[in-house]
Design a protein around this ligand. Structure first.
Ligand code: ADP
Ligand code: ZN
Ligand code: ZN
Length: 827
């Protein structure tokens, strides 16, 4: 018997290993196994396929699987199917999908370090011999799996490490900050098998000669009963019991008895989060909150539309109560006994939405966030494989990778959001598109929700491929905000722009503040100012590792490269002409914050951008402060546009819309429309109509009118006309090809050579090679090719041509070290 195994490496295909007789029948599809690779390396891999076809390798090249890590497969078949599809569609390696999909704790790569958890609480008696040896080894210092294996020198190390990670005795060392780690506590859980009168009685009888275990089980039953009206008629009501409570009742020396009950399988030890996650308590009445008439009509239309569409697009204006409709649809899916995945773009996943859903669904809600500690993600993954799986998962794009046994519905909220697309590293997937595919394969429905659909999704709805439901009134019939356009060019000419705020914006802000209302100022650029320049010779500082100019960050008094993150001191003199006359040009959120403090001294200001939200807690504090009214004015980048719901905001200032309009990107207008409509939608969500002041130098652009009039249709039609003419999505599909290398000459030659191989097949549908606008990043020179694929090409042909061209190129000695990757459906 042989197994094809995917390893977390960027190599094509899977590796084949022999299944040793001992493991036959135990290794399954989806099993996690340890295999040797090369001379000394060990990797954990996932079994993709079991078969009888001996690979064409010499007998001494074919190696055995060394260990099986878990008793049950870690991946369901539908996940393996998804991994395959992703590698295929996004033209990347299966190992890259694996790397993205699994939390680090499940990968146990040989490079990963393990350490004994600080302040861990465990009983030596609970541990097996190998486990104890592992803990002793790691107590000395954190070590890699390979080192631990060497030190312990006995079989079973990997599964021991895995069990210890699960019970949190040891942990995977993470470089990211652990500041927001939630606490956990040990609880005991009665497995399903014993939730039955006969079985449980039999268990008690079997324990008649072990009085301590008998007593422990009785105490467990009492505590479980006290906690949940325990009766055997209602076995599902048997609660889990905290280890601390048991020990308190039974005394310190009860640990061995509890451990023995666990060994017998009568009780399970589980780790329960007692931090933020655990606090979701459903509030009575929330689920029964009625929908408004318009919401109910939209809800019913969605349900009807699912009869003949797998995907329905809900186009509902900001604050129409889309979230409210989602909750009813979730309820409906749960009633069918099926699971729900609720996807949000990364930065929109705030306490606001978690609290909100928590109020409705309480303990049924599981959260999956990339800023959560790895241990928690591992725990959630494993829990989803058990019969205690959360029926609802609220998460960011990577939540697609969790195991789902019974998926009924995927909600993609703010489906137009570009952060659904993973840029780097591979797989460069779009979570919305993957969600649609995944739902299709698992027989689930999809709801895409947004006020401003992506042109792609709206096109699918127009073609009838997706259902379309519209909701055009705000909840409570509040009117959409009034958008006033301020002509920056004219105001500047008249010398009325003495601050970054127009006189009218100042006036409106003062009025709002006086009335006890709040305002949001939006500027899509962080830092103090994007360019620093020498007044006498025009020199301006740029990054040594990238060809971009450095952004001034006044608060930390440094220059920062926004591409690679490098930080530089601010020069006192110009290195070119030695004058000490540097000035900053343009404004970022930091400068605006300062300007707000000067212009509106009576206001307390918050700022929300990448720099102020490095940690989850910082992010949440900014939102809470604003929500509670502690801050009056919030300055921010696009982060403030994302689905936030603040009652007190009546005014939104868009400080410089031209930045968005002028981007050279075929999606610039679509993006501007979406972003500005979204940020405008933060104003006047309750009661009174809000006001939006949009400052631009180009007030006559049609896009400005469409935004002001909320005319999505006009924007859409104009975009579609352009994209048909200039051949951009959705009229064609794009595949970008990137090449990177330290030497500009090498990468240029490689790109030319690749283009030469592809041109015969694609002719003018292949653009480039070009040096991108920023053509040197992190010491690497970049070249880009762009392929426009329409229906004349078969997807399989395109894939084969591209993959063999890549192979052909990388086989050339001079180009061996060129890094080449594809970005399918690039943004
Ligand atoms: P959207 O997601 O469309 O922007 P929300 O779901 O956030 O809109 O709703 C806007 C506000 O109106 C929220 O504060 C929400 O609590 C409130 N709301 C919406 N629908 C209802 C309803 N049926 N009953 C009570 N409040 C509602
Ligand atoms: Zn100078
Ligand atoms: Zn840089």
């Amino acid at each position: 018997m042989f197994a094809d195994i995917v390893l977390p490496l960027a190599v094509p295909g899977a590796y084949t290993y022999r299944v040793p007789p001992l493991l036959e029948g135990r290794v399954e599809m989806g099993s996690r196994v340890v295999v040797p690779l090369g001379k000394a390396k060990r990797y954990t891999g996932i079994v993709l396929r079991l078969h009888q076809d001996a690979p064409p390798l010499a007998a001494d090249q074919l190696k055995d699987i060394e260990e099986l890590v878990d008793a049950e497969p870690l991946l369901l078949e539908n996940q393996i199917d998804l991994w395959r599809w992703m590698a295929h569609y996004y033209l990347c390696h299966p190992g890259e999908v694996m790397k993205a999909a699994l939390p680090s704790g499940l990968k146990l790569e040989s490079e990963t370090l393990f350490a004994v958890t600080e302040g861990t609480d465990f009983d030596d008696d609970d541990l097996g011999e190998v486990e104890r040896a592992v803990v002793r080894t790691l107590a000395a210092r954190p070590q890699s799996l390979a080192d631990v294996r060497k030190a312990v020198g006995r079989p079973g190390v990997v599964s021991a490490v895995k069990r210890l990670v699960e019970s949190r005795v040891i942990e995977v060392e993470e470089r990211v900050s652990q500041a927001f780690k939630t606490k956990t506590e040990l609880q005991y859980h009665l497995p399903t098998a014993y939730r039955d009168e006969t079985r449980l009685n039999a268990a008690f009888q079997a324990l008649s000669r072990s009085p301590r275990q008998h007593e422990a089980l009785i105490t467990f039953a009492e505590l479980a009963g006290a906690a949940a009206a325990f009766t055997l008629d209602n076995p599902h009501l048997i609660a889990d019991v905290r280890r601390n409570d048991l020990i308190r009742r039974l005394g310190d020396n009860a640990a061995p008895a509890l451990a023995a009950l666990v060994k017998r399988g009568i009780l399970e030890r589980i780790n329960i989060e007692v931090g933020r996650l655990k606090t979701h308590k459903a509030l009575p009445g929330w689920l029964d909150r009625p929908l408004s008439e318009a919401q109910q009509a939209a809800h019913d239309a969605i349900v009807r539309s699912w009869d003949d569409h797998e995907v329905v697009l809900l186009k509902g204006v900001t604050s129409s109560g889309k979230t409210e409709i989602y909750t009813k649809l979730i309820q409906r899916t749960l009633a069918e006994g099926r699971q729900v995945l609720y996807l949000l773009p990364e930065i929109a996943l705030t306490t606001q939405i978690t609290d909100r859903l928590g109020r409705y669904f309480g303990e049924q809600l599981g959260i999956y966030h990339s800023k959560f500690p790895d241990n928690e993600r591992v725990e959630l993954w494993q829990r989803q494989l058990t019969d205690r799986a959360f029926p609802i998962i609220l998460g960011v794009r990577s939540a697609l990778f969790l195991p789902y046994r019974n998926l009924g519905l995927i909600i993609v909220d703010e489906e137009h959001e570009t952060s659904y697309k993973q840029q780097d590293p591979a797989p460069r997937y779009h979570a919305r598109d993957v969600a649609v595919l995944m739902a299709h394969r698992q027989g689930a429905k999809v709801l895409l929700g947004t006020a401003t659909p992506s042109v792609e999704s709206y096109t699918n709805a127009q073609k009838g491929k997706y259902g379309l439901v519209e909701l055009n009134t705000r909840f409570g019939d509040v009117r959409l905000p009034q958008i006033l356009v301020e002509n920056l060019a004219e105001l500047r000419r008249k010398k009325q722009m003495t601050t970054p705020f127009s006189p009218r914006l100042i006036e409106e802000t003062e009025a709002a503040l006086k009335a006890g209302r709040q305002a949001i100022f939006f500027l899509n650029r962080r830092g103090y100012s994007p360019v620093v320049q020498c007044r006498s010779c025009g020199w301006s500082p740029s990054c040594n590792r990238c060809d971009v100019s450095l952004t001034l960050h006044q608060k930390i008094h440094k220059l920062v490269c926004h591409y690679c993150g490098a930080v530089y001191d601010i020069p006192t003199h110009c290195p070119q002409c030695e004058q000490a006359d540097l000035r900053d040009i343009g404004a970022g959120t930091e400068k605006i914050e300062t300007a707000v403090e000067k212009t509106f001294p009576q206001a307390r200001v918050g700022r929300m951008d990448l720099d102020t939200t490095r940690s989850r807690s910082a992010y949440e504090r900014i939102i809470r402060d604003f929500q509670s009214g502690h801050t009056h004015l919030l300055v921010g980048t696009q982060m403030v546009t994302k689905g936030l719901d603040f009652e007190g905001v009546t005014l939104v200032g868009i400080l410089n819309a031209d930045q968005l309009f002028n981007q050279c990107d075929f999606r610039a207008h679509e993006r501007s429309f979406q972003m500005l409509t979204q940020v405008a939608g933060r104003a006047g969500r309750r009661g009174t109509q809000g006001t939006v002041i949009l400052q631009t130098r180009q007030p006559d652009l049609p896009i400005v009118r469409w935004i002001v009039e909320g005319d999505y249709e006009a924007m859409y039609q104009s975009e579609m006309a352009d994209r048909r003419i200039f051949r951009f999505p959705p009229a064609v599909r794009l595949i970008a090809i990137f090449l990177k290398h330290r030497e500009e000459r090498t990468v240029a030659a490689a790109a030319r050579s690749l283009a030469g191989m592809l041109r015969p097949y694609f002719g003018d549908d292949l653009l480039g090679p070009d040096r991108p606008a920023v053509g040197f990043v992190q010491m690497l020179h970049i070249r880009k090719l762009l392929l426009k694929v329409d229906t004349r090409y078969s997807a399989a042909d395109v894939r084969n041509i591209l993959l063999s061209a890549r192979q052909g190129l990388l086989n050339v000695d001079a180009f061996k070290r060129v890094s080449l990757y594809f970005d399918v459906d690039p943004l």
